[in-house]
Design a protein around this ligand. Structure first.
Ligand SMILES: C[S@@+](CC[C@H](N)C(=O)[O-])C[C@H]1O[C@@H](n2cnc3c(N)ncnc32)[C@H](O)[C@@H]1O
Length: 232
């Protein structure tokens, strides 16, 4: 009887360990920052087997800190208190809450995604962290649908998801305040399976009517470019 109970207990423990390992494997296998079978492509929302938790784990993985340098990115954006920022393709909010801190309670961050599950994750975090200057917006594929003009449209690892990008940003110009900027961070060729070539990025923004303001070279895996509307 005793041996049987011990056996069941050890079976239960190994099942539990197995389940945890399986969850992690699923979390690492989708789109995002790790290698694995592709589960998203240009123009599609990212879905990770319907597992909001897995997506959150992946985007917020502590290893990301070692190459994403979030504080340096935020500093480089030179945000000021009271500014309005659109975090385009905000996912589970890796940058959203850092942007919100940078613009302060008088500012506002629109967390914009076409995936309602991502927005729900951000809403949940905002409530838990008692953050009031973040507002999630459900966008459509070809338009961020921002309800007012912003100082900055910021987008990390989402550019390669967008379709007809020159048209997209030509249209998005109407959401920029005078002097407003667009900052794009996306993987370099060779750094990750999904990427945007620098040449392509520059050509598309030129075609959309923007001029390159700044190139930040400190991110090891990604291009980090800042544009503003070209003066005619
Ligand atoms: C790889 S995730 C990046 C998330 C976040 N920016 C980060 O760095 O952790 C890309 C996000 O872009 C979203 N996305 C894809 N196409 C989009 C579109 N047309 N408009 C807005 N968001 C989009 C996806 O749903 C996904 O949440």
């Amino acid at each position: 009887m005793m041996t049987l109970r011990k056996h069941s207990l050890s079976m239960y423990r190994s099942c539990r360990v197995g389940a945890v390992l399986l969850l992690w494997a699923l979390a690492l296998a989708g789109c995002g920052m790790f290698e694995g079978p592709p589960t998203h492509s240009v123009g599609h929302s990212y879905k990770q087997i319907g597992a909001e938790e897995g997506t959150h784990l992946r985007y917020q993985d502590p290893d990301r800190y070692t190459w994403q340098y979030p504080e340096r990115v935020i500093k480089a954006l030179k945000l000021e208190a009271g500014m309005k920022v659109a975090d385009l393709g905000s996912g589970t909010g890796y940058f959203t809450f850092r942007l919100a801190e940078a613009v302060g309670s008088s500012g506002k961050v629109y967390a914009i995604d076409i995936d309602a599950e991502m927005n729900a994750s951000i809403d949940k975090q905002a409530v838990a962290k008692q953050i009031e200057n973040v507002k999630t917006l459900l966008a459509v594929e070809h338009d961020p649908l921002i309800p007012e003009k912003v100082d900055l449209i910021f987008s990390v690892n989402a550019y390669h998801h967008l379709k007809d990008r020159a048209d997209y940003f030509r249209n998005a110009a109407r959401y920029l305040k005078p002097g407003g900027r667009v900052a794009i961070i996306d993987f370099r060729k060779g750094a990750f399976r999904h990427y945007t070539e620098l040449k392509v990025l520059l050509e598309e923004f030129k075609a959309a009517g923007y001029a390159l303001d700044k190139t930040h070279g400190f991110l090891p895996r990604q291009n980090f470019l800042v544009f503003s509307l070209a003066k005619n």
